[in-house]
Design a protein around this ligand. Sequence first.
Ligand code: SER
Length: 317
Amino acid sequence: MKNILVIGAAGQIGSELVPELRARGYMTVAAGSGRTPLPEHLTDGPTATVNLLDSDALDAVIKHFNIDTVFNLAAILSAVGETRPMAAWNLGVYGVIGLLELARDRKLSVFTPSSIGVFGPETPHNLTPQDTVCRPRTMYGITKVAGELLSDYYRAKYGVDARSVRYPGLISYVTPPGGGTTDYAIDIYWKAIETGVYRCPLKAGTYLPMMFMPDALRAAIELMEADASRLKHFNSFNVGALSFDPEEVAASIQKRLPGFKLEYDVNPLLQSIADSWPDDLDDSAAREEWDWVPQYNLDQMTNVMLNAITKRLTESA
Ligand code: SER
């Protein structure tokens, strides 16, 4: 991994992965789709405009910058995917296979995140195993299963170095996510500071696997830096970090903001998606094969989130 292209750089993961890769000394091209402008903090290095579905234009960027590794972060998340299934399919399946074709021709390493969305109601929900039933009920999950299978297919058939992790709900404050089921766990921090009350779209007792962004960035980078001869799974690794329900994250916030109130206004679509997903993950394969260890617990994450959001709101006031 030397010259890196990050597709979807304007998004929730990309806007933090690009600076992290650059800080680690990698030549990193931040590529947006042109629809959302790249955040200013990414323009201190090389940038490009890339449509994942336009292979010729993507290939030209790869050639121009002599790219050897692509982080493909373009995605339509679970809740939005239910309202735009064809768009989710096109990006999640045609986008991934198009990139894998280029990876075969140009000998690229490729990271395309998978998700807890690959699991479904028949999957064991507690400590969900690495190798288990993957029969999702969302279009997002279907595209992620297809992406895992395609990535393993190109690896086995053509030797493409494709690797991925199944991200839990990712929590961050730099760039807002778009339309995920787990995103309540971000909104709750903003509302706690802005209004002191949050109306949660998921019921009390809805446990989901979650992860703070610094851990998510490390997972992606450490997997791509890992010695391939140690890896057995490739696409895709369970990565565990946190598991909590709305009550637990609210209690963590209340340690800092005792007046904070949690109310409920359950959204049936989000609730049914959340109910089909695991409570927590068995990530022993990631721990064994590339030494994965998460660093943040819930209270540590809450402290960083509340401090960072307070600072942002004060700066923009
Ligand atoms: N955060 C994603 C979602 O909720 C899961 O990968 O859609």
